[in-house]
Design a protein around this ligand. Structure first.
Ligand code: FE2
Ligand code: FE2
Length: 381
């Protein structure tokens, strides 16, 4: 579908169109002007000065800031860019049950793919995934620059400033990997990811930038990076992802530690707004993993693939569910699961991810994930 055809306004109530294949199939809506190299978003928030310069007033944010300063790394010198990469060898072995569902099922749009086409699909999917990671990282770069402006606490401004540098480095290393080791940057930002990034950046309330980016997008990214990091055998990508994860764990912790304080003071109605925002973000992220652009490029009917993926039996959705393994415990820690009448708990139950609620939350996990600090200690003997 292109933007010239009339389309319903899905944005008005996303939950009503949660599983609408037409909505999910759309892939050219966000990036419809392919001749433009920029995309502008209206930022509706005030930039806030604070005259309270008491460093350490929020001790846990201060600790995170000090940690961030000693865990910086350099994408040019800490990664070995001389490693030769064969794109076909970056791929993780596919889950045999998923392969069975997509390759052997006569109803599947992928049923007739040859062995070579499957290999090409793997390489396209890897390029697509890393491109989306890169675009998401740029979203994080803009969001944390916005947090520096909008958050009223000095400890949070200090910390967010370190995150801006982290996110610049993440965009840099993903772009470089695509450019030098894969076939260049071939995929534009996915529509559903782009719409979510727009929503987060447009909102005037400073805590929504945190909720959308630090908790939802970065929580999911941490799970997705971790999955790819554990499954790929390619040493440069493995180390790149491990270092990015060291930073991301801090970023999610920043969100959890900041919002815990804010959400204690909100009314049930205000919390309900946050619950709905979190759920819409979760839906958009589920939709963004449908690889619409890859199907288009491979000549596979996009809508048929979306429908077939939506109909996938729950027991096969291991990866899709794991993506929520950080988000759900973090929402619980913030009190969002059970606020009001437990609206968000019901929605997470409906999409089959509530079982992660008691997994470790990322408020505490970042020190364990700090590979950069461990490497430094090892180097010093
Ligand atoms: Fe990042
Ligand atoms: Fe991040």
């Amino acid at each position: 579908m292109t933007t010239t055809e009339p389309r319903p306004d899905y944005v008005v109530d996303l939950a009503d169109y949660a599983n609408d294949p037409d909505r999910i199939t759309e892939f050219s809506v966000w990036n419809d002007d392919i001749t433009s190299v920029i995309h502008a978003v209206e930022d509706n928030a005030d930039a806030i000065f604070t005259w309270r310069y008491d460093k350490g007033e929020r001790a846990r944010l201060d600790k995170l800031y000090e940690k961030a300063k000693t865990s910086q790394w350099n994408g040019q010198t800490d990664l070995d860019w001389s490693i030769d990469v064969d794109p076909y060898k970056t791929l993780a072995p596919a889950d045999p049950l998923e392969v069975q569902y997509f390759a052997e099922n006569p109803e599947s749009p992928l049923h007739k793919l040859t062995e070579d086409e499957w290999a090409d699909l793997g390489v396209e999917s890897m390029n697509w995934s890393l491109s989306q990671f890169m675009h998401g990282e740029q979203g994080a770069l803009l969001c944390t620059a916005k947090i520096v402006e909008t958050v009223p606490w000095i400890d949070a401004k200090y910390y967010a400033a370190t995150q801006v540098v982290d996110e610049a480095r993440h965009v840099e290393v993903f772009a470089q990997y695509l450019d030098q080791k894969l076939d260049g940057i071939k995929y534009p930002c996915n529509t559903h990811l782009g719409l979510l990034l727009d929503d987060i950046l447009e909102d005037s309330r400073w805590d929504m930038t945190y909720l959308g980016m630090q908790i939802m997008v970065e929580g999911l990214a941490l799970a997705a990076f971790s999955f790819m990091q554990q499954t790929t055998e390619e040493p440069l990508l493995k180390k790149l992802l491990r270092y990015v994860m060291s930073d991301e764990a801090r970023h999610v912790a920043f969100g959890v530690l900041s919002l815990q304080e804010v959400y204690q003071g909100l009314t049930t109605a205000e919390l309900r707004d946050r619950q709905e925002f979190a759920f819409e973000a979760a839906l958009r992220m589920r939709d963004r993993f449908m690889r619409q652009e890859v199907w288009e490029r491979m000549g596979v009917p996009v809508k048929d693939m979306v429908k077939f993926t939506l109909a996938m039996p729950d027991e096969l959705r291991v990866f899709q569910r794991l993506l929520f393994s950080k988000i759900v415990p973090n929402c619980k820690k913030l009190g969002l699961l059970d606020a009001g009448d437990g609206w968000l708990r019901d929605r997470f139950t409906e999409i089959g991810v509530i079982q992660f609620e008691d997994w470790v939350d990322t408020g505490e996990e970042y020190a364990d994930l700090d590979e950069v600090a461990k490497d430094r200690e090892a180097a010093q003997g």
